[in-house]
Design a protein around this ligand. Structure first.
Ligand SMILES: NC(=O)c1ccc[n+]([C@@H]2O[C@H](COP(=O)([O-])OP(=O)(O)OC[C@H]3O[C@@H](n4cnc5c(N)ncnc54)[C@H](OP(=O)(O)O)[C@@H]3O)[C@@H](O)[C@H]2O)c1
Length: 323
C-alpha cells in the first residue's frame, strides 16, 4: 500500500483520488487544502484525515509521497516545502509558471536527493508509448505533419483559476501543454517555434502554435479555453497516418493506417490516473529520484518551449506575486 498526502481538493484531486483507490495499491492518508471544509469533504469521501494546516500534512510520517493538485501558481512553493523535508512529490502540470522556476525546483530536488515528477499522465499511458514506438519503428514513414487540438470551453462552470493570471491561467498552461509535450516526445525540440494567441485580461483564451523541424516536419498545435475543438491528434507520414482520438491527452486508443493497420486499445484494468500513480509509486519505492516516464529533460524542454511561446504572445506571470 502506498500512502499519499494530497495538497488540494478540487477537480483533479477528487478524480485522481477516487480512481487510484480502485486497484487497492494506494491510500489517500491525508488531505490539506486552502479551505478546510473542502479538505474535509474530500478526506471523508476517501477515508483520509483532513488537516487544518499544511504543516500537519508535511509532518505526517505515514506519507510515502505527496500529490500537488492546486493551481499552477502554487506548485513551486508546495513542491519546495515537500522536497526540503525529503518527501517525494508528484506535481500536476504545468510544473511551475516558468522555465526558470522549474529549473530551480529541480535543483532543490537534487540538493535534497528527493524524487519529483511532473504529473504529465499522457506519458505514463500505454497508448502514447505505443504511438512513440510506431514512429520509432518507421510505421508511417517519414513524418510530415502533426495536427493536435485541445480546445475545451469552460463556459458553464467557469473556474477562476483558468481565467486568472494570478493563478497561472490561460489555455497554454492548462491545455496547450499536452499537444506541446506530445509533439516534443515524438519529435524532440523544434527547430523553429511560432505562436499567436487571442488574449483577454492578460491570459490566452486561445493559442495557435507551429513547430517546424529542419527535416520538413510541421506540427500545428492548438488550445483554447472558450471553445470546443476536436481534442484529437493526427500524424501524417509519407507512408501512412496515426490518429489519436479524443481526448488526445488521455486517449486509450490509437489507430495506425499504413503498411500495417492496427487499432490499439489498451487493456489496463483501471484508469490512466491510477496507472500514473502506480508507476510513480513504484519508482519512489525503487528509490529513484527522477521518473523514466517524464524525465527532467522533458519537463524542462517543454517549459523552455512554453517560455518562447509566452514571449511571442505577450503572456507573462508575476511569480513573486501570484496566488
Ligand atoms: N491531469 C489532468 O487531467 C488535469 C485535469 C485538470 C486539472 N489538472 C491540473 O490540476 C491542477 C488543479 O486543477 P483543478 O482543475 O483541479 O483546479 P480546481 O478545481 O480549481 O481546484 C484547485 C484546488 O486548489 C486549491 N487552491 C486554490 N488556490 C490555492 C492556493 N493559492 N493555494 C493552495 N491551494 C489552492 C483549491 O482549494 P480550496 O477549494 O480548498 O479553496 C482547490 O482545492 C492544475 O495544475 C491543473 O492544470 C490536471
Amino acid at each position: 500500500m502506498f500512502n499519499w498526502g494530497f495538497i488540494g481538493s478540487g477537480t483533479i484531486c477528487k478524480n485522481t483520488s477516487k480512481q487510484m483507490l480502485k486497484s487497492g495499491k494506494h491510500k489517500v492518508s491525508c488531505v490539506w487544502s486552502r479551505t478546510y471544509t473542502h479538505a474535509r469533504e474530500l478526506a471523508n469521501s476517501v477515508g483520509a484525515n483532513a488537516y487544518a494546516t499544511l504543516e500537519e500534512l508535511l509532518n505526517d510520517k505515514t506519507i510515502d509521497g505527496i500529490y500537488i493538485g492546486t493551481p499552477h501558481s502554487s506548485h513551486f512553493k508546495y513542491a519546495k516545502l515537500a522536497l526540503e523535508r525529503g518527501i517525494p512529490v508528484l506535481v500536476e502540470k504545468a510544473f511551475t509558471l516558468s522555465y526558470q522556476s522549474s529549473l530551480k525546483l529541480l535543483e532543490i530536488a537534487k540538493e535534497y536527493n528527493t524524487y519529483i515528477c511532473e504529473a504529465m499522465w499522457t506519458w505514463f499511458a500505454p497508448s502514447s508509448l505505443t504511438v512513440k514506438n510506431w514512429i520509432k519503428e518507421n510505421k508511417i514513414g517519414k513524418p510530415l505533419l502533426m495536427k493536435s487540438n485541445f480546445c475545451v470551453p469552460n463556459l458553464f462552470r467557469p473556474k477562476e483559476r483558468i481565467y486568472n493570471k494570478l493563478y497561472g491561467g490561460g489555455s497554454l498552461l492548462d491545455l496547450g501543454i499536452y499537444p506541446i509535450t506530445y509533439a516534443y516526445n515524438l519529435f524532440g525540440y523544434p527547430d523553429d517555434i511560432k505562436a499567436t494567441a487571442r488574449m483577454k485580461n492578460g491570459v490566452d483564451l486561445e493559442c495557435n502554435i507551429k513547430f517546424t523541424y529542419k527535416n520538413g516536419l510541421v506540427c500545428e498545435l492548438r488550445s483554447a479555453i472558450d471553445r470546443l475543438g476536436s481534442c484529437s491528434t493526427t500524424i501524417i507520414g509519407e507512408e501512412g497516418r496515426i490518429k489519436i482520438p479524443a481526448p488526445m491527452h488521455c486517449s486509450r486508443k490509437a489507430i495506425l493506417k499504413g503498411k500495417e493497420k492496427i487499432r490499439y486499445h489498451d487493456s489496463y484494468p483501471y484508469g490512466l490516473y491510477e496507472n500514473e500513480f502506480t508507476l510513480v509509486s513504484e519508482e519512489i519505492k525503487q528509490e529513484k529520484k527522477e521518473s523514466s516516464y517524464v524525465p527532467f529533460s522533458s519537463t524542462l524542454d517543454v517549459m523552455k518551449i512554453i517560455e518562447e511561446i509566452k514571449k511571442q504572445i505577450g503572456l507573462s506571470y508575476d511569480e513573486a506575486n501570484s496566488l
